[in-house]
Design a protein. Structure first.
Length: 134
């Protein structure tokens, strides 16, 4: 699998939208994309984490590493000065649903949420899986 950290259909004006694959790579030193993700996260442009992605990421960390690690990961993400965890608007959720249905299983719903955020903000998806690149 190759990294898809800024190669996607969403061309941005500096706003970056995080996917779970990117966040997990930042948080896990054993992830094969960890170094690339940390370098990308260190850039000065802001990162938006849709609340659905924040939830999915903490659930994944909780499943793989346990509650204490998930709690610390959530705390750390919430404290980052260039990170904004934000709820999706009704229009973003509608766009995500339309994309999810149109792609007929080629894009997961969380990936569709990231792509809908990108479309609404003219942002760039930060992801290490093919689904988040459209």
């Amino acid at each position: 699998m190759r990294a898809y950290a800024t190669t996607n259909t969403c061309t941005g004006d500096g706003v970056r939208v995080a996917d779970t694959s990117f966040l997990y790579a930042v948080l896990s030193t054993s992830d094969r994309f960890h170094e690339a993700a940390v370098a990308e996260a260190s850039k000065p442009e802001p990162i938006v984490i849709p609340s659905e992605i924040f939830s999915e990421t903490l659930a994944l960390v909780h499943y793989r590493r346990g509650f204490k690690v998930a709690r610390e990961a959530g705390r750390w993400l919430r404290e980052q000065p260039r990170v904004q965890i934000a709820p999706s608007s009704a229009s973003v959720l509608e766009g995500a649903w339309v994309l999810f249905v149109r792609k007929r299983g080629r894009v997961s719903y969380p990936d569709a949420v990231v792509l809908a955020w990108c479309a609404s903000m003219r942002g760039t998806a930060l992801a290490y899986d093919k689904g988040s690149t459209g």
